[in-house]
Write a protein that binds this ligand. Structure first.
Ligand code: HMG
Length: 378
C-alpha cells in the first residue's frame, strides 16, 4: 500500500497587523470580549501589493526546488476569495513558480473546507501515480467589513503543501468521516463584496457537524485513544474550546485532555481567520509551538460553511521537528509592523493600503483586467 503525506509545508504571514485591543477601544467594546470571549489578539493585514495569487506564490516559492518543479503533476488552488469566475489562480501561480508545462492547474471551492478536499484529491492522485507530486495551495483574505460582528475575526494568509510519497512531515491516513448539510450560515453571492453571515447559526452548525463526525468516527473506528492531539478549523481561537466543550460528557477524559492543549491556537490568535488554510495554520501552530512526539497521531476537524465537515487523522514522521523549526515562524510573526486603526478603516477595505512590501512575489499592476507580478530572484 502506497503511503502518501506532506513532504514539505510553508506559510505566508502578511508583514502587517492591527492590534485587536485597539480595535475594541475604537469600537467601544470591552477588549476582553475580543481578547478572551473570541480569543483574538492580532489581525493580519495585507498591503495593496498582495493578493491571493502573490500570497500563495510567496508561501511556495522558497519551499519547492527544481526537482519538485519537474515532478509536480497538479497545482490545486483552494480559496474562497477567488478573483475570476473562469481562469483559476492556479494557472498564474503555475507560471510564477515555473512548474513544468505538463502539470494540470485548477481552483476548488467549498468555503473553508476546500484545502482538505484538495489534499484528498492529491492523495488519491499520488496513490495512482507513485513517484509524482501535487502542490496544494490555500490562500484567502477574510474581510467582513468595519463595525460588523465578524470584523474581529478577519485575517489573511496562505499555506503551501507538497503532497507525495515522501511523508517527511506526516502521513495522511485513510480513516475519515465526511458530512454535508445544506445550510445558509455563511455565504458570499457573486455580487457581494463581503460574506453574508449568521454568526450564531454558523457556530451551531460547526458544532453539529463536529459532533456528527466525532460520533461516527468512533462508531466506525472504535475509539480515539490513540490520538495525541486534536486540531480544528479555527475561524477564531475560542472555537476550539467551544467544539471540545460541546462533546457529550461520556467523552470527559478526551475533553479534559484536549482542552488543556493551547499551542494549536497561537497562530490563529495572531493572524486571524485564514479561511480554507485555517486548519493547516492550526497544524503548523501545534507542530511549531507544541511538544508533540515524533510518530504520534493527530486528528483534524475540517469545516466549511454551507456546510461540509470532515474528521480525519495524520501520523507524524520521524524528523518532522527539525523541518518545522526551520520555518522560523516566531521570527516572522515578531518582525511584523503595526498599522493604525485609522489607516485600516480608511484604506484596507478598498485595497488602498500602500506599504513597503518585502515579499518575493508582489502584484505590480492590473491592466485590462490582467494581473502582473514582480518576482524577486534570490
Ligand atoms: P458576537 O455575536 O458579537 O459575539 O460575535 P458574542 O456576543 O457571541 O460574544 C462572543 C463571546 O465573548 C461570548 O462567549 C461572550 O460571552 C463573550 P461565548 O458565550 O460564545 O462563550 N464576551 C466576553 N468575554 C469576556 N469579557 C467580556 C465579554 N463580552 C462578551 N467583556 C461571532 C461573535 C463569532 C458570532 C462573530 O464574530 C461572527 O459572526 N464571526 C463570523 C462567523 C464565524 O466565525 N463563525 C464561526 C463558525 S463558522 C466557520 O468556522 C466558517 C468560516 O470560517 C467561513 C467558511 O467556512 O468559509 C467563518
Amino acid at each position: 500500500m502506497v503511503k502518501v503525506g506532506i513532504e514539505k509545508i510553508n506559510l505566508y504571514i502578511p508583514e502587517y497587523y492591527i492590534d485587536i485591543k485597539k480595535l475594541a477601544e475604537k469600537r467601544l467594546v470591552d477588549p476582553n470580549k475580543y481578547l478572551v470571549g473570541i480569543g483574538q489578539e492580532k489581525m493580519s493585514i495585507i498591503p495593496s501589493s498582495q493578493d491571493i495569487i502573490s500570497m500563495a506564490s510567496n508561501a511556495a516559492i522558497n519551499m519547492i526546488d527544481d526537482e519538485d518543479r519537474k515532478l509536480i503533476d497538479q497545482v490545486i488552488f483552494a480559496t474562497e476569495s477567488g478573483i475570476d469566475f473562469s481562469k483559476s489562480a492556479a494557472t498564474v501561480v503555475h507560471d510564477i513558480l515555473k512548474i513544468n508545462s505538463f502539470a494540470s492547474s485548477f481552483e476548488i471551492k467549498q468555503a473553508c473546507y476546500s484545502t482538505t478536499a484538495a489534499i484528498k484529491i492529491a492523495v488519491n492522485y499520488i496513490k495512482q501515480n507513485p513517484g509524482r507530486k501535487v502542490l496544494v495551495l490555500s490562500s484567502d483574505i477574510s474581510k467582513y467589513g468595519a463595525n460588523t460582528p465578524g470584523e474581529v475575526t478577519q485575517g489573511a494568509g496562505a499555506i503551501a503543501m507538497l503532497i507525495s510519497e515522501n511523508c517527511e512531515i506526516l502521513e495522511i491516513n485513510s480513516k475519515f468521516i465526511f458530512a454535508t448539510k445544506n445550510a445558509y450560515d455563511f455565504w458570499r453571492p457573486n455580487d457581494c463584496k463581503y460574506p453574508i453571515v449568521d454568526g450564531k447559526l454558523s457556530i451551531k452548525l460547526y458544532i453539529e457537524l463536529f459532533n456528527l463526525c466525532f460520533e461516527s468516527f468512533i462508531d466506525k473506528y472504535q475509539n480515539f485513544d490513540e490520538i495525541s492531539s486534536m486540531i480544528f478549523h479555527l475561524p477564531f481561537s475560542k472555537m476550539r474550546d467551544k467544539a471540545l466543550q460541546s462533546l457529550d460528557d461520556k467523552y470527559i477524559d478526551f475533553k479534559t485532555k484536549h482542552l488543556s492543549e493551547i499551542t494549536s491556537k497561537i497562530l490563529c490568535k495572531n493572524i486571524g481567520n485564514t479561511y480554507t488554510g485555517s486548519l493547516y495554520l492550526s497544524l503548523l501552530s501545534l507542530l511549531y509551538y507544541g511538544n508533540i512526539n515524533e510518530h504520534e497521531k493527530i486528528a483534524l476537524f475540517s469545516y466549511g460553511s454551507g456546510a461540509v465537515g470532515e474528521l480525519f487523522t495524520m501520523n507524524l514522521s520521524a524528523d518532522y521537528k527539525e523541518k518545522i523549526r526551520k520555518l522560523e515562524i516566531d521570527k516572522r510573526l515578531n518582525s511584523r509592523k503595526e498599522v493604525s486603526i485609522e489607516d485600516y478603516e480608511s484604506k484596507y477595505f478598498d485595497n488602498m493600503l500602500k506599504l513597503k512590501d518585502n515579499s518575493r512575489v508582489k502584484l505590480s499592476k492590473i491592466i485590462d483586467s490582467i494581473r502582473y507580478y514582480e518576482i524577486d530572484e534570490p
